[in-house]
Write a protein that binds this ligand. Structure first.
Ligand SMILES: [Zn+2]
Length: 257
């Protein structure tokens, strides 16, 4: 299996062989550049594609043939979007998972309480969701994650076990922080790219063919277009004979400590 450890071992072996080859047969130093280039491509792939499990195994979907999926929302709570999403979910009697950003809790406590009271679950999506998050050392990442935990605990009295990386980017430091904090790393199997969508119908047409047994959909409750698309998506899921299960139940994981 392609993992960070295996890739490092293969890279070191290739570099040693290249040194020997250079000394014994005079092969070109350009081979070094080629090896490092391929290494960077593979590591970049592992960082960006969380479902690859390159740095650590991630929970991205359920292994089932049952017609069941889960839906998740990242980057809330936000005043404009989250309450609208909650209303749509309530009308459709659907439970979902919300991966919330810690620094958005203050001032939105009522929304957080509503998410919990409606029977949805809340996961950790870091405190700042900063673009620099992935450059932090593991200790500082963990501080951020725990900051989010305490903010959530102060509002609903629960400590989440589920963590989803900001921007969906993994790296070795984040793996260490997840392990140290005893979090369960959550990915997805269907990334809707709703943050980049321009048209709700087009978004709906794009995601519905991906309704498959065990799929985990990633949406954003901060996106107005997602709010417009959501009722149609839920209707389509149900019309295809699927049910929507809450993420923790679909994956068989504890949502809270
Ligand atoms: Zn996010």
């Amino acid at each position: 299996m392609l993992t960070f450890k295996n890739t490092n071992i293969a890279c070191i072996i290739l570099l040693v062989l290249t040194i020997l080859g250079h000394k014994m047969y005079g092969i070109s130093w350009l081979i070094y550049i080629a090896i490092l280039f391929v290494y960077s491509l593979i590591v970049g792939y592992g960082c960006y594609f969380v479902s690859s499990g390159f740095f650590m195994p991630m929970y991205c979907s359920a292994n089932t043939t049952d017609k069941v999926i889960a839906i998740t929302f990242d980057d809330g709570p936000v005043k404009g979007g989250t309450p609208l999403v909650l209303q749509i979910l309530m009308d459709a009697d659907v439970k979902a998972a919300f991966f919330c950003i810690g620094n958005r809790i203050a001032g939105n406590e009522a929304i957080i309480k509503q998410i919990d009271a409606d029977g949805h679950i809340i996961g950790n999506h870091s405190f700042s969701h900063s673009t620099l998050f992935d450059l932090l050392p593991a200790e500082k990442m963990l501080v951020e994650m725990q900051q989010m935990d305490s903010g959530l605990y102060n509002v609903i009295g629960k400590k989440t076990r589920l963590f989803r990386p900001p921007y969906g980017v993994m790296n070795p430091n984040l793996k260490n922080a997840i392990v140290k904090g005893n979090y369960l790393p959550i990915g997805w199997s269907v990334r809707s790219y709703d943050t980049m969508a321009k048209d709700a119908d087009a978004l709906l047409q794009k995601v519905t063919p991906k309704i498959k047994p065990g799929a985990v959909f990633l949406f954003h409750d901060r996106c107005p277009i997602t709010v417009v698309m959501l009722p149609g998506f839920i209707e389509r899921v149900k019309s295809e004979g699927y049910r929507i299960e809450r993420l923790d139940k679909l994956l068989g994981l504890p949502a809270y400590a």
